[in-house]
Design a protein around this ligand. Structure first.
Ligand code: ATP
Ligand code: MN
Length: 429
């Protein structure tokens, strides 16, 4: 008999024989009966080991086995409303593959303890469901880019350009020269639109973020896209289509995950274009009405973004930030004081998930802004070449995959959107 996933075993009828394997999730004993809940990647099932129905040795092993022991179990399906999933397995064979030692994780442990034991805590049902959801979200993203004629490309994460500025960049010695861990693949993607026109990539990005927030990781998966012949408005259209596609597909295909995590499918189905679009100037007014003291030129922090979207049900775009608040490569708008950019803020207070912009074509304007940031202009010569040889209007955006998961899965901290979170002063395990 083949091994079945627990999910399938739970679909079998009364009296059917099944064989499963997994880990002991919970266990209790009442006299001659041992109730062992077994989990595998697909779910959990209650098994009942009865003295006399299995060999003496198997019964003793089942008695002795602690939680997280790995097991192979055979038995007969019995319908029982009280059991999780409405079925239990009456065991005829119980083989312990490996006896677990006392599992260090029990209920009610501190966040720090759980992070120290992340390699074990990944077995929790919550993290299991989040990791499945993330895998599916990545599949739906790929699906969308493929359907929309984008090429997936693979830029380097070692770079000599500190694109998002000095303060949050990790530097290291590259055979005697200073180099950085990439904060964005954008400039490399820009180089590739001249041959491929529409490109996207998924790479790790690194930000030495000193501030502790619920939505900043030191290392995260950055999904970036760049398109030739596209202005900021069209760029926003594409972003809202992509996000809507992912939300709809999650609602269709990830019911068990989102239900477990407390996210309703209807909420995701309602995420449809168009998303509201407001200018930075208007956002400032809204924030001031809500009591924030904020000046023209200030970038938004976590509390500002939360205030802008706490009552929203769909993401919103905030466009046209002041030139001085944003990076040197964003195109200056006709008003001369704002840039053609857009941040997409997720609803329910989750805040920024995408940053995008149309790219500046004037080399002089970029040099002027780079100088203000104190950047080494020489390192950007290759980038300026892209403007010298057949420049075209183009735009792109970057999405933090964990930010998207954080919102869709209704997490209370971004660390649970990634298996081994790198946080301020934590890179273990
Ligand atoms: P924030 O203002 O939230 O720090 P940012 O303006 O630094 O974001 P960008 O440089 O525009 O962000 O990066 C593009 C996207 O990458 C962001 O919209 C966000 O989804 C994601 N991102 C940026 N920094 C982080 C981080 N430290 N951890 C996780 N995701 C991040
Ligand atoms: Mn940042």
């Amino acid at each position: 008999m083949e091994f079945e996933k627990i999910e399938n075993a739970l679909k079998k009828g009364e009296g059917e024989e099944v064989r499963i394997r997994g880990w002991i999730y919970r266990k209790r004993r009442t006299g001659k009966l041992i109730f062992a809940v077994i989990r595998d990647s697909s779910g959990i099932i209650q098994t009942v080991v009865e003295k006399g129905k299995v060999s003496e040795e198997e019964f003793n092993d089942a008695k002795k086995a602690l939680i997280e022991s790995s097991v192979e179990v055979e038995g007969i399906i019995h319908e029982d409303e009280r059991a999780p999933g409405g079925r239990e397995l009456h065991v005829t064979k119980f083989r312990v593959v490996s006896f677990a030692e006392d599992f260090p994780i029990t209920e009610h442990q501190s966040v720090e303890f759980l992070l120290d034991n992340r390699h074990l805590w990944l077995r929790s049902r919550k993290l299991t469901e989040v990791m499945k959801l993330k895998s599916e979200i990545l599949r739906f993203i790929r699906e969308w880019f493929h359907e929309n004629d984008f090429y997936e490309v693979t830029p380097s994460v070692i770079t000599m350009n500190a694109a998002e500025g000095g303060a949050t960049v990790f530097s290291f010695d590259y055979f005697g020269q200073p180099a950085y861990l990439s904060q964005t693949a954008q400039m490399y993607l820009e180089a590739m639109i001249f041959s491929l026109e529409r490109v996207w990539s998924l790479t790790p990005s690194f930000r030495a973020e000193k501030s502790r927030t619920r939505r900043h990781l030191i290392e995260y998966w950055h999904l970036e896209a760049e398109e030739a012949w596209v202005d900021n408005k069209k760029n926003m259209d594409l972003q809202e289509e992509m996000i809507s596609h992912v939300c709809r597909r999650v609602a269709e295909e990830c019911k068990p995950q989102i239900e477990f995590l407390g996210r309703k499918a209807e909420e995701l189905k309602a995420i449809e274009p168009p998303f509201p679009r407001i200018k930075y100037e208007r956002a400032l007014e809204i924030l001031r009405e809500k009591g924030f003291e904020i000046e023209w030129g200030d970038d938004f922090g976590v509390p500002h973004e939360r205030a802008l979207v706490e009552e929203e049900e769909k993401p919103i775009f905030v466009t046209n930030f002041p030139v001085e608040a944003k990076a040197f490569y964003m195109k200056i708008a006709p008003d001369g004081k704002t840039v053609e950019c857009a941040d997409m803020l997720a609803p329910e207070g989750y805040g920024e998930i995408i940053g995008g912009s149309e790219r500046e074509e004037s080399i002089e304007s970029m040099i002027e802004r780079l100088k203000k940031d104190g950047a080494n202009i020489e390192n950007y010569e290759w980038y300026f070449d892209l403007r010298r040889y057949g420049s075209v209007p183009h735009s792109g955006f970057g999405l933090g995959v964990e930010r998207l998961v954080y919102w869709i899965a209704k997490l209370d901290h971004i660390r649970d959107a990634t298996p081994f979170p790198r946080l301020l002063r934590r890179a273990y395990p």
